[in-house]
Design a binder for this molecule. Structure first.
Ligand SMILES: [Zn+2]
Length: 229
């Protein structure tokens, strides 16, 4: 007769600030947040939620040299994990961009100063600034509020500014099939101004042109003039 051997389930572990490995969760309590229950309002099937919480615990332990049971940071891993989920929600929350007939409107439309917040994928630090969009419609136009939603959707990801700029432009090409699109992004990167070369106030400007704005110098100059740069 075969007897099923009982396998001990593997306990999840966390690498701590000094390189030792400790259990990730003990009796539902977080190892770094003494007494704080883990919050299951985060989708338990969503691995990154728990993983992010553990990662933030390890970071706090690293920063605090192990003295990480202060009241002030007790719930920080959970709070930071929730913030992280929001800041990267752009992967799953692309807006539904309903378009309308352009009814013969044949001039450049410009939306300026759209607030932009994103995360540098090299340092996981924010970069933030403004996006400006100009397009020359074909048969379709887009509700103005949708531009801000589009910028948010691509901003709330791990990004480089160059790719972010191109993704906004290409998405508009896909949904509007316009005659031309110009996207300009100006942003300050905290990985550059808060650390590294430490140049506060330094901004990076990227631009992507599609359609007539790419092919015709005059159209491009007009779009940039309307954007104001
Ligand atoms: Zn960076």
């Amino acid at each position: 007769m075969l007897v099923a051997s009982k396998k001990t389930p593997k306990t999840p572990t966390t690498v701590t600030w000094d390189g030792t490995i400790r259990p990730t969760a003990i009796s539902g309590l977080h190892p770094w947040t003494v007494g704080a229950p883990r919050d299951d309002s985060l989708d338990p099937n969503m691995v990154p939620a728990r993983v992010a919480e553990d990662a933030y615990s390890a970071l706090i332990a690293l920063a605090e040299r192990g003295e990480c049971d202060r009241e002030g940071v007790a719930e920080t891993p959970l709070r930071a994990a929730k913030a992280w989920r929001f800041l990267t929600s752009g992967y799953t929350e692309l807006p539904d961009l309903k378009t309308f007939a352009s009814e013969g409107y044949d001039e450049i439309v410009v939306v300026r100063d759209l607030p932009l917040y994103s995360l540098c994928e090299h340092h996981l630090l924010p970069f933030f600034g403004k996006a400006h969009i100009a397009y020359l419609p074909g048969d379709r136009i887009l509700g103005l509020s949708k531009f801000a939603r589009l910028v948010n959707a691509y901003g709330r990801r791990l990004q480089v500014q160059e790719r972010l700029t191109a993704q906004i432009a290409d998405h508009l090409v896909d949904v509007l099939d316009p005659q031309g699109v110009a996207v300009v992004v100006e942003a300050e990167h905290l990985c550059m101004t808060m650390r590294g070369v430490e140049r506060p106030g330094a901004t990076t400007r990227t631009s992507v042109m599609r359609g007539v704005f790419l092919k015709q110098q005059e159209a491009r100059a007009e779009a940039l003039r309307l954007i104001g740069i």
